[in-house]
Ligand binder design. Structure first.
Ligand code: ZN
Length: 133
């Protein structure tokens, strides 16, 4: 695993949160993207070298809707940049982590992604992401 690629924040209303984070960072999101398969709308901000992803649920059975119901708004996941997501998935499985997506799937912002179950990572939902080249 290399650097933190981004931090994902679950929000109830992405339009309102975009305005909050635009004020915080002094610039608007550089990208808006809906990921239909995940039932989410996302927006991405750069602040210096750091990237923040906002996520709003677009359906009640979206993982984000369930997270908001249980925990409310806040940090949802930490994403790490990986060179070879398939190699990393197999390494982490061998280490005993529960990988939620054994086959990586297409995520937002031109990435292949896979998640680790937070039960195995002290409550932190970890996303692996590899740039699609
Ligand atoms: Zn993410």
């Amino acid at each position: 695993m290399r650097k933190i690629e981004h931090i994902g924040i679950a929000v109830k209303n992405i339009e309102e949160s975009n305005m909050v984070f635009e004020k915080l960072f002094g610039q608007p999101p550089y990208k808006h993207e809906e990921v239909k398969s995940e039932g989410v709308k996302t927006s991405f901000f750069m602040n210096g070298p750091n990237k923040i992803e906002l996520l709003e649920a677009t359906s009640p059975d979206s993982p984000i809707a369930k997270f908001l119901e249980k925990k409310g708004e806040g940090i949802h996941h930490i994403a790490f940049d990986v060179e070879d997501i398939c190699a990393e998935i197999s390494r982490l499985k061998d280490e005993g982590f529960v990988v939620l997506n054994e086959t990586p799937k297409k995520g937002a912002d031109n990435k292949l992604v896979a998640f680790l179950h937070p039960k195995g990572t002290n409550g932190v939902l970890v996303e692996l992401c590899q740039e699609i080249r």
